[in-house]
Design a protein around this ligand. Structure first.
Ligand code: ADE
Ligand code: ZN
Length: 336
């Protein structure tokens, strides 16, 4: 088995709130005098068994009650970057959910400034570049998303782009078209979760109505040959999250995971961790688990890493550096 943890890679599908490990959640809750609805770290971890996306989201939103201040968000980002760097991540495009914090009274400025400071400080320390993607919660009214974008625009320079997440089934992407248009006009890149639990039609809508550049998850594309052709021809990347799909029962087992079929169809698929504190692994763990279950070799692992650079929003100069790191890693492994 090749050692994939250190393969240099970009992480493109990572919810920073989903990196909140139980130990840090309790530390922050104590610091902020917040009562978490769990008895202990072990009690919280014992609940990490999910039926579907919604059962996970319920716990995810409950646990983030520990996050209150700008410093909390900086600490969260620093902890993530240290863990990610130890698993070969060299660039991270990080999602955050400001609406989930606003409803607890946390101002968007504290969220953006804290995350930016944490990413920058830890990035310098560990050699990891990155940026922030602000997600809209698709199960809230569009007007909430519009107001969130308006409140974030003074800090648009701190954002790479916008995304769309939370409960998917019954919340197709199309009604967010106007918010996404405004975000694009403000110079922001666009991505959206689609085809995680809901069918391929949601992916078509994300492409044709929202106009996104990248699709998060997108695994249900395997059910639609015309969509696979479209994704491959236009080189629209998918940010696939194998351990998340397993833990949220979007797939029955990793051996049945569509990743290999997506690659065979010529789709620019990437491997990512989604909410690693909850799903049993960071980026390198996802590479290793998928490679083992699907029998992926060195060349496919290298392709996935290269795809992560192509699919990222990094400037050309940084992309060239990352590709050179991947080349060097692959050359070392071909020799060994
Ligand atoms: N928010 C955090 N993780 C998510 C996921 N896997 N799907 C949709 N929304 C999310
Ligand atoms: Zn996600």
């Amino acid at each position: 088995m090749i050692e994939l943890l250190q393969l240099p890679k970009a992480e493109l599908h990572l919810h920073i709130e989903g990196t909140l490990e139980p130990e840090l959640a309790f530390e922050l809750a104590d610091r902020n005098r917040v009562d978490l609805p769990f008895a202990s770290v072990d009690d919280l971890r014992s609940r990490y068994s999910f039926e579907n996306l919604q059962s996970f989201l319920d716990l995810y939103y409950a646990t983030m009650a520990a996050l209150r201040t700008e410093d909390d968000f900086a600490d969260l980002a620093r902890a993530y970057v240290a863990r990610a760097a130890a698993q070969g991540v060299r660039h991270a495009e990080v999602f955050f959910d400001p609406q989930a914090h606003a409803r607890r009274g946390v101002p968007i400025e504290a969220v953006i400034d804290g995350l930016s400071a944490g990413l920058a400080a830890a990035g310098r320390e560990h050699g990891v570049t990155g940026g922030l993607i602000m997600c809209f919660l698709r199960d809230l009214p569009v007007e909430d998303a519009e107001a969130t974008l308006t409140s974030a625009l003074p800090r648009a320079g701190a954002l790479l782009g916008v995304g769309l997440d939370s409960a998917e089934v019954g919340n197709p992407p199309g009604r967010f078209a106007g918010v996404f248009r405004r975000a694009r006009e403000a110079g922001l890149r666009t991505v959206a979760h689609a085809g995680e639990e809901a069918p391929a039609a949601y992916i078509w809508e994300a492409l044709d109505v929202l106009g996104v550049e990248r699709v998060d998850h997108g695994i249900r594309a395997v059910d639609d040959p015309r969509l696979l052709e479209r994704l491959a021809a236009d080189r629209v990347p998918l940010t696939v999250c194998p351990l998340s799909n397993l833990r949220l029962r979007a797939v029955g087992s990793l051996a049945e995971h569509p990743l290999a079929r997506l690659l065979e169809a010529g789709v620019v698929a990437t491997v990512n961790s989604d909410d690693p504190a909850y799903f049993g692994g960071y980026a390198g763990d996802n590479f290793a688990a998928a490679a083992e279950a699907l029998g992926l070799g060195l060349e496919t692992a290298e392709l996935l890493a290269r795809n992560s650079v192509e699919a990222s929003f990094v400037p050309a100069e940084r992309a060239a550096e990352l590709l050179a790191e991947i080349d060097a890693w692959a050359a070392r492994h071909r020799l060994s």
